[in-house]
Design a protein around this ligand. Structure first.
Ligand code: HQG
Length: 180
């Protein structure tokens, strides 16, 4: 595929998280697709990508967005899906505080309704303020919210950790959010 690694990563994210059907693919239950099928489907749709380029991308991707299965014959996105698949995430005990980066214009609504998962399967949280800051900057003036995971666990919420260290949960009620 011509273009930057970022462009290829975005294209793969689109296909593997949201629209495999856009290039005639189906993902299995765990979100995997055969690497060979992926490469040939991309090629049929005008995006030539070699197996070497794909390996390099998976290895060096800034957020480790993709991973191969243990045999290396299949690939999937690690998180962020809008299509219905079962990633078999490990339920885990989170640190007491997690961060969520958002845009200032969403804050009034979040104060009222809490953090909602929207199109995705979960609300995405991080242990890193820096990551929260850059995620928030995508949509406007960034704001970092502090999520009291400790209080949520005490109230029975479940948390999951994706392979690329994104913390996931169903929703975050407003009373467990500290606003700046
Ligand atoms: C906001 C990136 C109004 C929420 C990141 C966010 C992440 C509300 C936006 C991953 C709301 C949804 C996901 C409410 C939530 N009212 N706005 N009640 N509740 N929102 O993109 O978390 O680079 O679906 O704050 O690292 O921003 O793609 O979610 O601003 O892990 O690999 O609604 O994307 O990873 O936006 O980002 P998104 P997100 P990648």
């Amino acid at each position: 595929m011509s273009g930057s690694k970022e462009k290829i990563s975005k294209r793969l994210s689109y296909v593997l998280r949201h629209r495999p059907d856009s290039i005639g693919l189906r993902l299995d239950q765990q979100g995997y697709v055969e690497v060979e099928l992926l490469l040939s489907a991309l090629a049929r749709h005008g995006d030539e990508l070699t197996i070497e380029q794909l390996n390099e991308l998976v290895l060096t991707n800034d957020k480790k967005r993709f991973s191969f299965d243990p045999t290396g014959s299949r690939i999937r996105a690690n998180q962020g899906h809008s299509i219905n698949i079962d990633l078999n995430y490990d339920q885990k005990s989170p640190p007491p505080i997690l961060y969520h980066g958002t845009a200032s214009r969403f804050v009034p609504s979040i104060r009222q309704r809490g953090l909602l998962k929207g199109q995705r399967h979960h609300v995405h949280l991080t242990e890193s303020r820096d990551t929260a800051m850059s995620v928030g900057s995508r949509y406007g003036e960034p704001v970092i919210l502090i999520v009291r995971a400790d209080q949520m666990v005490a109230n029975g919420s479940r948390f999951f950790l994706s392979e690329n260290q994104v913390w996931l949960t169903e929703c975050v009620p407003p009373n467990h959010i500290e606003f700046p």
